[in-house]
Design a binder for this molecule. Structure first.
Ligand code: URP
Ligand code: ZN
Ligand code: ZN
Length: 473
């Protein structure tokens, strides 16, 4: 009895789920085996006055990521449970090959971390932390493993970094295999010089993280990635885009008809460098700003990046929204950088809030209801080879369905009456109010969230072997 919303339209319908899959989408009042539907099924969920949407797909998460001498605070268990609470029924996490490690070993370790621990279905991208002959050979085997995308870093020298020669070689394999190249596009070596100079001048507060990682560093790297991709024929997907100038690079490349795509995250739509600068608390003083240290960094509101980003979501210069969920606690993790922003582990936790935060864009008239579904579920499914099974409510698809109440309300943050199930001691979204609410979450036919009750369990989630991106012609 709800309004079923897809990327292309909406209409009142009844959704019939049989076991783990969607069996039918029926006109209101349809009969089943000669009787009304409600009396011929085991369970009825009344969605009258609510939206019925395909479960969210968060294609960029970092559960248990080793970073900056510590590890992201959500495990696959806590992180996928929080995701489910927020209406996300699939994640794609990044398996990590570290320097000196073989790709196969990094991937096996990631399977071990996730297997039997996830509340919802999960897939992997592969981070290539060291492009050499061995890892290039291993990349050629990834498609058979159901891993059809890999991430390179033009940032973070000494940690995950690839230089242009390595990027070029990996992109040649991308062209050859159909693997989608995902790029962290920031000029790491130049950023490190700027950061060193700021630190030498005594500018060590969290805010200077954003000053060192200037938008020029993102625009330049985005352009370089685009040209290397074009030269090699690799399809390119730029992750966590935050600078309006980087968006313009993507828009230009897309206007050439090139296979270039971009993702942004809720933090780049809502939060700003100015707010980070103003961050202050009794407990942390100016270090409060560490809650919003992530890369790419929050951008200046005065310069209009947030506004430009919302616009890019409408014009399709940016195609989808993921969280880049990478949570660290203030105590014992972020505070490693108490004396120097360079030691603050980078990342914000939002896996629980993406569907709500993006729905608020519908409420405020920035995107349509259909675009909300497209940005958070349908395009991620198509981009990463899951569509048909995920990202759509149609017969044969997995029974991943969210009932969303446009008349409900959500207070984001930690503490009483707030939504927060992520393993963090703070929220980057404290005080955000959403004019809507995730009511019911169904994951492969099982109700995992029913109002305020969590019914999922660890181990429900299965590994998703993905196909090639469905965006490539
Ligand atoms: O700050 C961030 N984004 N941390 C996670 C690692 C990455 O670059 O995506
Ligand atoms: Zn990144
Ligand atoms: Zn990331």
């Amino acid at each position: 009895g709800g309004t079923v919303v897809s990327a292309t339209g909406r209409g009142d319908a009844d959704v019939l789920i049989d076991g783990e899959t969607i069996a039918a989408v029926l006109a209101p009042g349809s009969q089943l085996l000669g009787t009304d539907i409600a009396s011929s099924v085991d369970t009825v969920i009344d969605a009258t006055g609510k939206y019925v949407i395909p479960g969210g797909i968060d294609a960029h998460t970092h559960m248990q990521l080793p970073f900056g001498g510590t590890e992201a605070s959500d495990t696959f268990e806590t992180g996928t449970r929080a995701a489910a609470w927020g209406g996300t029924t699939s994640i794609i996490d990044f398996a990590v090959q570290r320097y000196g490690e073989r790709v196969q070993d990094g991937l096996a370790a990631w399977h071990e971390k996730a297997a039997g621990n996830c509340a919802i279905d999960y897939g992997f991208h592969q981070i290539i932390g060291g492009v050499d002959e061995d890892s290039l050979a291993a990349m050629r085997g990834l498609v058979d493993e159901g891993i059809t995308s890999f991430k390179l870093f033009m940032a973070y020298p000494g940690v995950f970094y690839s230089d242009d020669a390595q990027v070029l070689k990996a992109m040649q394999v991308s062209n050859e295999t159909g693997l989608l190249t995902m790029m962290h596009a920031e000029n790491g070596p130049a950023i490190d010089v700027l950061a060193q100079q700021l630190a030498d001048a005594g500018k060590k507060a969290p805010y200077y993280h954003g000053i060192a990682r200037a938008w020029q560093m993102e625009e330049e790297a985005t352009h370089r990635a685009i040209m290397l991709a074009n030269l090699t024929g690799a399809p390119l997907y730029v992750v966590h885009v935050s600078a309006k100038q980087a968006v313009d690079q993507l828009a230009w490349a897309r206007d050439q008809g090139w296979n270039v795509f971009g993702e942004t995250c809720p933090q780049y739509l809502y939060l700003s460098l100015e707010e980070q600068l103003g961050g202050f608390s009794e407990e942390w003083g100016q270090f409060e700003g560490a809650k919003w240290v992530c890369s790419t960094p929050l951008r200046s509101r005065q310069e209009g990046h947030q506004h430009h980003m919302w616009q890019a979501l409408r014009t399709n210069d940016i195609q989808m929204v993921s969280t880049d969920h990478c949570p660290f606690c203030m105590k014992g993790q972020k505070d490693l950088g108490l004396d120097d922003f360079r030691a603050i582990p980078n990342g914000i936790g939002s896996v629980e809030h993406r569907m709500d935060l993006m729905y608020q864009g519908v409420v405020t008239g920035k995107i349509t209801l259909e675009r909300w579904v497209e940005l958070t579920s349908t395009t991620p499914a198509r981009m990463f080879g899951l569509y048909g099974r995920k990202g759509v409510i149609q017969p044969g698809a997995d029974g991943d369905v969210v009932v969303y109440d446009p008349n409900g309300h959500t207070s984001i943050g930690i503490g009483e009456g707030r939504t927060h199930h992520m393993n963090m001691d703070h929220s980057a979204w404290e005080g955000y109010e959403i004019d809507g609410h995730v009511d019911t979450v169904i994951s492969r036919g099982k109700v995992v969230v029913d109002g305020g009750t969590y019914l999922g369990s660890k181990g429900d989630g299965r590994f998703l072997k993905r196909g090639l991106s469905q965006y490539l012609v």
